[in-house]
Write a protein that binds this ligand. Structure first.
Ligand code: ADP
Ligand code: MG
Length: 681
């Protein structure tokens, strides 16, 4: 039998059953073995009844003596089953269970797990149980028993039987695929043993080692799968000129010096770009850390050697802001960037297409309008993608494919926890800007309820009177939730009419046309508006140093990462900035989240916390970000293993995945890479 064989090769699995198993993602024998137990029950050493303590979860086994339904009050039904165990009698109870009584016939042997109850210590509220029906069951009874997720038609127990049936046979595909030296260096259990032990562990320690190996595998295959893509590309990159005249001139003209972190990252980019392989670099830096400088360096370096450069941003506002900045900064160098967004007229667009294809345009800035097929570069040398986390892998590739293996620099302000970055960007090198420009004060953050609103408005009034500007952010309004949400429009009207009649209040929301949004942003930038009420459209990258205060309505409706991004809009100047979270969290988690925001301004701390509270899928959204479905690994708890597997992946890449000793491993990596691309990410 081979891992790739259909599950129907197993005895007792016909078409119907196979269709049901498919709901669990089980199609092949390999899938079945990859359907790991979600927990285990230690039945190797059952506790004597007299040693059981109230509140503990324990497993007992015995022969059923009697089963009885009782009705202590209306709407409550309790099933009480007395059993005779080796060392005395016990009572098992279930609440509101229909049909169960008939199954629990006197004389049958049962194994049950549950909480030891109050009062009579031998009463157990059952959470999980099994009837021991035949010899087979008895055979795998006195051991650590795996518990599987099942479906209505295929119970966990039936799945266990299938696994038992499978493991009893010779299986091809479970051969070790890593050379000995790697196994020794990383203390890894043999692959086949690990699969055996994860299902039927002899001891807990073996189980841990098995799990360790399988987590390692999962990360390793994933990382190598991602790297395959760049392996192909890295061979044909551009070696950019070492000459730095444009960049040097540019940095000389800046009113500030670069931070050490910026210098360090620029050096990394320089080395990458000068090598004749395509750069793949992710620059991660908290909001305000000055990532744009890195981007400008890369753009100028490409242009110096006669190449074109492109920078893509996720929103029109942001693209326009980059464009205006670049235009201003690059004017002295005689370089004029172009801006390409969806809101241009057809005529404007066509002029720009032409400039890009005939090479007159050296630097193009824009939104994903840049990906359209009419955009043809003459000789694209570098691709910069800002706020990478807003784009899918496919969009990134589409832009890259506009050139012949151009260098790629992606930037993100979302402080992705290290574990996520390693997984998501397994094919990239990572640069971190871990320093803010000097003079920045961290934003003071407060969490407050409705009762403080008057004080808040008084404070806002003072700040505006001192010349500062204020952001007020409302969560997006869902049609159906209109009633209970602060409506941005109403709030803006209210502030303008009743609270701050002497100041100008602007409104920015997602439903506006790009042109309108840009106009409002411009007015705010020029301080024609003192207060900007907005939905989250201001989230990304907008830079108005004079805006010093942010108020976030219904703060509990935002994720931590989002709150952090929002807060990053203020504190961009050198004066003390403030952020007010208006929220009365009801749950512990809600309170905890607000506390994290009040206590920390460190994006990485917040991101790690977010990951702990919500899990990886939630933090980044599995589909959107190509976050893989991990079968056994946990991004929060298995970071150490992830780092080690990344180390081995790098070693293997160095040696060459195409070497014969990696043949099996390469096949696994290819399968993963293929699947990822099929998902369209
Ligand atoms: P982000 O990393 O969020 O994209 P930006 O590149 O927009 O940050 O930079 C934020 C602000 O900091 C900008 O106004 C920029 O001009 C300024 N800035 C960048 N680098 C420095 C520096 N080394 N010293 C002082 N200010 C800087
Ligand atoms: Mg930015």
């Amino acid at each position: 039998m081979h891992l790739n064989d259909s599950i129907t090769v197993l005895k007792g699995v016909g078409k119907q059953r196979a269709a049901d198993l498919q709901k669990l993602g089980i199609v092949t024998v390999g899938d079945l073995l990859g359907h790991y137990p979600y927990r285990y029950e230690d039945r190797s050493q059952l506790k004597p009844l007299r040693d059981m303590k109230e509140g503990d979860t324990e497993t007992v086994t015995g022969i059923i003596v009697q089963a009885q339904d009782i009705y202590p009050r209306r709407g409550l039904k309790i099933l009480r089953v007395s059993i005779r165990c080796a060392d005395g009698n016990a009572v098992l109870v279930w609440f509101n269970q229909n049909h169960l009584k008939n199954k629990l016939q006197p004389g049958l042997q049962i194994v049950a797990t549950g909480k030891v109850g109050k009062g009579s210590l031998r009463q157990i509220s059952v959470t999980d149980f099994e009837l021991i029906e035949d010899e087979d069951d008895l055979a795998d009874f006195q051991r650590i028993v795996p518990v599987y997720r099942g479906t209505e038609r295929n119970s966990g127990k039936q799945i266990r039987k299938l696994v038992v049936q499978t493991m009893a046979q010779e299986i091809e595909g479970l051969e070790e695929f890593l050379p000995d030296e790697h196994l020794q260096k990383y203390h890894l259990m043999d692959y086949g043993d690990a699969v055996q032990q994860i299902h039927f562990p002899e001891e807990w320690q073996q189980l841990n080692r098995a799990r360790h190996r399988l987590v390692f595998n999962e990360f390793l295959e994933l990382t190598l799968g991602l790297q395959l893509h760049s392996l192909i590309e890295k061979k044909t990159g551009i070696a950019h000129v070492q000459e730095e005249s444009l960049a040097a001139q540019f940095f000389k003209g800046l009113p500030f010096g670069l931070t050490n972190a910026q210098k360090k990252v620029i050096l990394e980019v320089k080395k990458d770009m000068e090598r004749p392989v395509a750069m793949k670099r992710l620059v991660q830096g908290d909001v305000g850390s000055g990532k744009t400088m890195i981007a400008v360096y890369a753009l100028l370096k490409a242009v110096t050697g006669g190449y074109q450069a492109v920078m893509m941003a996720p929103t029109e506002i942001l693209a326009e802001q980059h464009y205006l900045n670049l235009k201003r900064m690059l004017e002295p160098l005689g370089i004029e960037p172009v801006l390409l967004t969806g809101s241009l007229t057809r005529k404007e667009r066509e002029t720009i297409y032409e400039k890009i294809s005939d090479g007159t345009c050296r630097i193009a800035v824009g939104t994903h309008a840049l990906i359209q097929k009419q955009v043809q570069f003459a000789n694209l040398g570098v691709v910069v993608i800002d706020e990478q986390h807003r784009f899918g892998v496919r969009q990134r590739l589409a832009l890259e494919n506009k050139g012949m293996a151009p260098d790629v620099l992606v930037m993100t302000a979302t402080p992705i926890p290290r574990s996520l970055a390693l997984t998501l960007y397994g094919d990239m090198d990572l640069s971190i800007i871990d320093e803010l420009p000097p003079g920045r004060q961290s934003v003071k953050t407060y969490c407050m309820g409705e009762n403080k609103r008057r004080d808040l408005y008084r404070f806002l009034g003072e700040q505006i009177a001192s010349g500062y500007q204020v952001y007020v952010v409302c969560p997006l309004v869902e049609e159906s939730e209109k009633m209970d949400l602060e409506n941005a429009t109403q709030l803006a009207d209210h502030l303008a009419a009743n609270v701050f009649p002497q100041y100008a209040v602007g409104l920015l929301h997602g439903k506006m046309r790009p042109q309108e949004k840009a106009e409002i942003m411009e007015q705010f930038r020029d301080n024609q508006l003192q207060i900007l009420v907005s939905t989250t459209v201001i989230e990304v990258g907008v830079d108005v140093p004079n805006a010093n205060v942010m108020v976030i309505e219904n703060a509990e409706r935002f994720g931590l990462a989002q709150l952090h991004q929002l807060r990053g809009r203020v504190g961009r100047g050198t004066t003390q900035a403030h952020c007010f979270l208006i929220s009365e969290p009801k749950t512990d988690e809600g309170k905890r989240r607000m506390q994290v925001m009040v206590k920390s301004t460190d994006g990485f701390v917040i991101a790690e916390e977010d990951l702990l509270l919500r899990g990886a899928g939630e933090v980044l959204g599995t589909r959107q970000h190509g976050l893989p479905d991990l079968k056994i690994a946990d991004l929060v708890h298995d970071v150490k293993i992830l780092e080690q597997s990344r180390m081995l992946a790098d070693e293997i890449t160095e040696i060459g995945l195409e070497q014969p000793q990696y043949e099996l491993l390469r096949k696994k990596a290819e399968a993963i890479y293929q699947r990822k691309m099929d998902l369209g990410e």
